[in-house]
Design a binder for this molecule. Structure first.
Ligand SMILES: Nc1ncnc2c1ncn2[C@@H]1O[C@H](COP(=O)(O)OP(=O)(O)OP(=O)(O)O)[C@@H](O)[C@H]1O
Length: 525
């Protein structure tokens, strides 16, 4: 069945690729101006994508389901791994050749650690550092077209070397006439023009794969892409999101969201306050600037917990490149949150269920885990789901993740299980509430940062999560309570929970302190 499907897919892909290739050739041969870029016209981009998908299908068919293939042989796993690798390389090439939206989607795929075969993830991860830089004359052309004036009239300095280059845009440091330093984010020149064809291409190809392989469980990826890419391509929306989140999180005096210069902002250009600083996972920078890594982990945990549990309004691109740390004018550490291109609004019910689920994990309450996973749409796969949310093994969850250090053996076990349960993980992603996918990414960011900063044992972000979970659940109970006395009881109870978390925090600090470790070593020997 699978063999026939791969064959069908290969034929469809090759036919589509061939047809579009011929059409593109015809267009080139008969173009009157003869000055268009054959490699960039929509039809060639579509043809290239269809051809790649087709050839991947053919490779899977020949390598894994051909007449000579022995599914029971000892080499089968290796053959499969080589086939994944070849296909991942082809996808990488496609993303680099087509650029723009393709790189963005490739980056999303590269961020799906443990959810896709390792060969795809490690190959496509490269795209995070491989976005092509736009030539200066294109940067200036976009600025001229969108600001409707000569950029030299606006900026007295403009660094040619970008601060960062990404799939959809690049950012330059510049100075305005009034002397203020700004960061100018400029969209790659042709991305918007190509976006309609690119999004449609990816949608058609993913649907074709689904048609040919009914078991293909990654339709959610296509849906997310179709919904999100157009939003990410509007920098006016990005400016609005930045303003909204800075108002919501106003009470965090240590949080900086760059201010937007609205008079210099359009759909393809955003000019904002320049914020110096190092990336949040750059431990060397943090130490050199005498910033406390634990304090940073705590602040980032607090920031995300507030977004998720209090407002349900969550930054959708949680990767370390978007979080900077610096010291403010008074020498206090500051966290800078960048890239407000995409936010999700979580529903009230989802937030409540997710808070309940987290609390059951933190309390090692297995019945609670089961019931709340069910409410989030996961059903029987609750154990795996709890591992995916917490990044811990099932045995640690059962024992209680608070007092069980994540050892390297546990990390290895998780990695191996992720390879083994790939189909089940895809099922969880297909069934779970859509809003959960973003939260997987957020949890990954928090874990990654704690790992880079060496603060994982303090559980700083988990502690902030639990505090926010309790606050979210108490607010819900207060809302439901009809009498003043009832609301008073809920508030009292909430204070008690917060106090318990503080005790727990002190306990963790003592447990993982060098004295605690010595005492444990003495008592266990
Ligand atoms: N206001 C700013 N001040 C200082 N540096 C900035 C600022 N905005 C962006 N940068 C730098 O530019 C880089 C890219 O910015 P940003 O993440 O907004 O671009 P992007 O196109 O959305 O990238 P990606 O999609 O990869 O997150 C950041 O990692 C940061 O180093």
């Amino acid at each position: 069945m699978l063999a026939r499907s791969s064959h069908k897919l290969a034929k469809v892909g090759l036919a589509l690729g061939g047809a579009t290739g011929l059409y593109a050739g015809y267009r080139l041969a008969y173009s009157e101006e003869g000055d268009f870029d054959i490699y960039n016209i929509g039809v060639a981009r579509f043809g290239r994508a269809a051809f790649t998908v087709g050839s991947i299908g053919l490779d899977y068919k020949k390598s894994l389901f051909g007449p000579q293939v022995d599914l029971e042989s000892a080499d089968y796993e290796q053959i499969k791994s080589h086939c994944h690798q070849r296909s991942a390389d082809k996808l990488l090439k496609l993303c680099c050749d087509n650029g723009g939206c393709f790189i963005k989607v490739g980056q999303h795929i590269g961020a799906l650690d443990y959810l896709l075969p390792e060969e795809y993830v490690s190959t496509l991860k490269i795209l995070h550092h491989k976005a092509p830089a736009m030539a200066m004359h294109d940067v200036m052309a976009v600025l001229r077209e969108d600001l409707k004036t000569d950029p030299a009239q606006v900026f007295v300095e403009f660094d040619e070397e970008p601060l960062g280059t990404a799939s959809l845009a690049q950012v330059h440091r510049a100075r305005l006439k009034d002397g203020s330093e700004v960061a100018v984010k400029v969209q790659h020149r042709y991305v918007k023009n190509h976006s309609f064809v690119d999004i449609t291409t990816m949608d058609i190809l993913i649907r074709t794969v689904k048609l040919v392989f009914p078991d293909f469980e990654f339709m959610w990826l296509a849906e997310e892409m179709k919904k999100n890419l157009p939003l990410e391509l509007s920098f006016t929306e990005e400016g609005k999101n930045a303003e909204k989140i800075s108002i919501l999180l106003e009470k965090f005096s240590w949080l900086k969201i760059p201010e937007i210069h609205w008079d210099l902002t359009s759909d393809r250009v955003i000019v904002m306050e320049y914020c110096p600083g190092g990336h949040v996972n750059d431990l060397e920078y943090i130490k050199a600037n005498k910033i406390d890594p634990l304090d940073i982990s705590k602040k980032i945990g607090q920031m995300y917990a507030e977004m998720i549990f209090r407002y349900g309004y969550v930054h959708c691109d949680p990767h370390p490149g978007n979080v900077l740390v610096q010291k403010d004018d008074n020498g206090n550490p500051q966290v800078v949150l960048l890239d407000h291109g995409l936010y999700t609004q979580l529903t009230h019910d989802f937030r409540k269920n997710y808070a309940d689920f987290w609390l059951s994990i933190l309390n090692a309450d297995l019945d609670g885990i089961k019931q709340n996973a069910d409410k989030l749409g996961v059903g029987q796969l609750y154990g795996l789901f709890a591992c995916m949310v917490s990044g811990r093994s099932w045995s640690s969850i059962q024992k209680g993740i608070g007092t069980n250090e994540k050892s390297s053996a546990e990390s290895k076990e998780i990695k191996e299980n992720a390879q083994m349960y790939i189909k089940q993980i895809a099922d969880v992603l297909a069934f779970v509430n859509r809003q959960m996918i973003l939260l997987f990414k957020t949890n990954d960011l928090l874990r990654g940062i704690e790992h880079s900063l060496g603060t994982q044992n303090s559980m700083a972000s988990f502690i902030q999560m639990s505090r926010a979970c309790f606050r979210c659940l108490s607010a819900e109970e207060r809302r439901r309570s009809r009498t003043r006395w009832g609301r008073f009881q809920v508030s009292l109870c909430s204070q008690w929970h917060q106090l318990k978390i503080t005790f727990y925090q002190v306990f963790l600090w003592a447990w993982w302190s060098s004295l605690g470790r010595k005492v444990r070593a003495l008592t266990s020997s």
